[in-house]
Design a binder for this molecule. Structure first.
Ligand code: ADP
Ligand code: MG
Length: 226
């Protein structure tokens, strides 16, 4: 599903450099990504999402080699295929929960906000126990509820790939586990592939595999033998 080879990436200030010789992730795999702060976890997700662009090597997601797309095509690809959940949830405070879930449709002209989209939003909110809060503003939600809104938003377009960046980072461990349950059940239901960045090692046994970014610099061969 995701195939990275000979990836070379560097920020334009020439400081941080990420190299991933080889990484294969199967469809439906649920992967935890760990590594010290500053090791490039967020950068790797942004490369897979096509927000950042590789300087060398290839990144294939499904049948698309995103490392060779132009900016507009990468953006289209991302909207259609990638669900993103960030630690900073990027909920918009002046929008209701419903509007926050539907945000991809409100900001992308290419996506038509029709009855099936609003229905999908309602179904997701119901599955995640948020259906009675659709008209609230984010300010009146708990952190765990805000997290659920972010998950609903990420899943709304039924993405093939879900990227979560420390999505449970500021939750206590009980709430973090409950959140992960919800995310995993949504991902499983759709057969999506999940890359989940976390610092919380107590969550790791919930995943098929753990990738430690600390290994990328030192070894040419990294997890990924499927
Ligand atoms: P992690 O998520 O593992 O903590 P990041 O991927 O955010 O690490 O960052 C990896 C390195 O790249 C860090 O040294 C960080 O300072 C640097 N970095 C992150 N974003 C940028 C950017 N936009 N421009 C330049 N350097 C950056
Ligand atoms: Mg990060």
């Amino acid at each position: 599903m995701i195939e990275i080879s000979n990836l070379e990436f560097q920020y334009s200030d020439a400081g941080f450099r990420l190299r991933v010789p080889q990484l294969s992730i199967s469809r439906g795999e649920k992967i935890a990504i760990v590594g010290p702060s500053g090791s490039g976890k967020t950068t790797l997700l942004m490369l897979v999402a096509g927000v950042q662009v590789a300087k060398g090597g290839t990144i294939r997601v499904g049948n698309t080699i995103i490392s060779s797309l132009n900016d507009a095509d990468r953006r289209r690809f991302r909207i259609a295929n990638i669900g993103l959940v960030f630690q900073e949830l990027e909920l918009i405070e002046y929008l209701s929960v419903r509007e926050n879930i539907l945000l991809p449709y409100l900001i992308n002209r290419a996506m038509r906000l029709d009855a099936s989209a609003t229905e999908a939003a309602r179904d997701l909110a119901e599955a995640l126990g948020m259906s009675d809060k659709l008209d609230r503003r984010p300010a009146r939600l708990s952190q765990g509820e805000r997290q659920r809104v972010a998950i609903c938003r990420a899943m709304l377009t039924c993405p093939d790939v879900v990227l979560a960046d420390e999505a449970t980072g500021n939750l206590d461990s009980k709430t973090a586990n409950a959140m992960l349950d919800l995310l995993l059940s949504q991902v499983d239901e759709r057969g999506a592939t999940l890359l989940f960045v976390t610092h919380d090692h107590s969550l790791l046994d919930r995943f098929d595999r753990t990738i430690d970014l600390a290994e990328f610099d030192v070894s040419a061969l990294v997890a990924g033998n499927r």
